[in-house]
Design a protein around this ligand. Structure first.
Ligand code: SF4
Length: 406
């Protein structure tokens, strides 16, 4: 079930390769004033430690450009300067040592200015992202298409592309972001047919949680699953740490990056649940996240279905008869008291990280499987009503209708 990525040209943003030969990278953007060097660097460190490979910083005035001199030197990840309206700030950012530029074709429109920036970027050996945005599209294109349609966004990107290629500039990646998820998806699909440059994916102005997260995941996830996209950004109206985490998690969930963080799965709970699944799952998520456990861990509400349904999880726990059945890859390895479910999960997770799955399976408690099977059998006997609920309801209806006929 591997995703086949669309073949692209390759480029480097500082030490991070972008294109189909490289892992898909995660980006986010600072919200600080760039002239506040210490504040901006503190945020860059936080964003980077939460999963971002590249961080974008606004370069909106000369003080910001001056700030970039130190920021680029001290940042743990490559820095991209975000440029709007003033091409001279792009030149200043290059001089400051940034690792890449983002230009908005909707508001830097003079061909000569764009070419000047491209020539300077060529000399500095840094890439440029053509960052088209449905909300700030070139006025001429808006008039031509009547709206910010996928065709209009792609035409804007291709027009800018030509200016860059005219001066032999090819270290290019492109984005055609839109706040409408379906328009965003269509724009990227259309663009992917026309160019082989790496694509930067994002749903622009996605908004606060949870809507912003859902929109971004729907747009970015759909395209990644089709093999389109080489670097991504969640544009959320919240702390940028969440953007970095979300981007990283999406890539891990799609199998596009190695897991380096917790993937907690849990059943939604139902009438069979033997424990407050929401509470236990939240507690487990907190303790395991605090230790940054890079495993898929399951919390399941009942032992009847839990271990089987979460068989693919590295580790899990299922509740039943005031106990917790701790299982590794679907095999019960220990039965603990219900009150110890979360602490046992944490302890076993640490041991798996230290010793590995196979070693922990080999050390399973001797009687665990037997005790577990007995709990399952007892519950199946006492909860048979739930299993046969529909059958019984049908019988009740039949009995009643028979009585009516008599
Ligand atoms: S694991 Fe058990 S409690 Fe959870 S949803 Fe499935 S049947 Fe219900």
């Amino acid at each position: 079930m591997k995703i086949n990525r669309r073949k692209t040209s390759q480029l480097s943003v500082g030490k991070v390769g972008v294109g189909s030969d490289f892992p898909i990278s995660v980006q986010s953007m600072t919200t600080t004033k760039t002239k506040d060097v210490e504040g901006t660097l503190a945020q860059i460190y936080e964003i980077a430690s939460n999963g971002a490979d590249i961080v974008r910083v606004t370069c909106n005035d000369i003080d910001a450009a001056k700030g970039l001199v130190e920021i680029t030197q001290r940042s743990p990840v490559p820095i991209i300067a975000d440029i709007h309206f003033q091409y001279k700030l792009a030149l200043a950012a290059i001089e400051a040592g940034v690792h890449g530029l983002r230009l908005n074709p909707g508001n830097i429109r003079k061909e000569s200015q764009i070419k000047d920036v491209a020539k300077a970027a060529l000399d500095a050996n840094i890439p440029i992202r053509i960052g088209v945005n449905g909300g700030s599209l070139d006025k001429d294109l808006l008039e031509k298409y009547g709206d910010s349609t996928p065709e209009a966004l792609v035409e804007s990107a291709l027009k800018e592309l030509k200016y860059l290629e005219d001066v032999d500039f090819n270290d290019i990646k492109i984005s055609v972001k839109h706040s409408n998820v379906r328009a965003m998806i269509e724009s990227y699909r259309l663009l992917a047919e026309k160019v082989n440059y790496p694509l930067h994916l994002g749903v622009t102005e996605a908004g606060p949680l949870p809507g912003g997260l859902i929109k971004s995941t729907a747009g970015i996830g759909t395209l990644l699953n089709e093999g389109i996209g080489d670097t991504i950004r969640y544009s959320l109206t919240t702390d940028p740490i969440e953007e970095a985490k979300s981007g990283r998690q999406l890539l891990e969930y799609l199998g596009l990056r190695e897991r380096n963080s917790l993937d907690l799965i849990a059943c939604p709970s139902c009438g069979r649940a033997e424990v407050d699944v929401i509470k236990v799952a939240e507690e487990a998520q907190n303790v395991l996240n605090n230790e940054n456990i890079p495993l898929q861990v399951a919390v399941m509400g009942c032992v009847v279905n839990g271990p089987g349904e979460a068989r693919s999880a590295d580790l899990g726990i299922a509740a039943g008869k005031n106990k917790g059945h701790l299982f590794i890859r679907g095999e019960v390895v220990k039965v603990v008291n219900e009150k110890d479910m979360v602490s046992s999960l944490l302890e076993e997770a640490r041991l798996i990280v230290e010793e590995g799955i196979e070693a922990r399976l080999a050390k399973a408690d001797e009687n665990a499987a037997e005790i577990a099977q007995k709990d399952v059998d007892d519950l199946l006997t006492s909860q048979g009503d739930i299993n046969n609920f529909l059958e019984r309801k049908k019988s009740v209806v039949e009995i009643t209708s028979n009585q009516d006929n008599e």
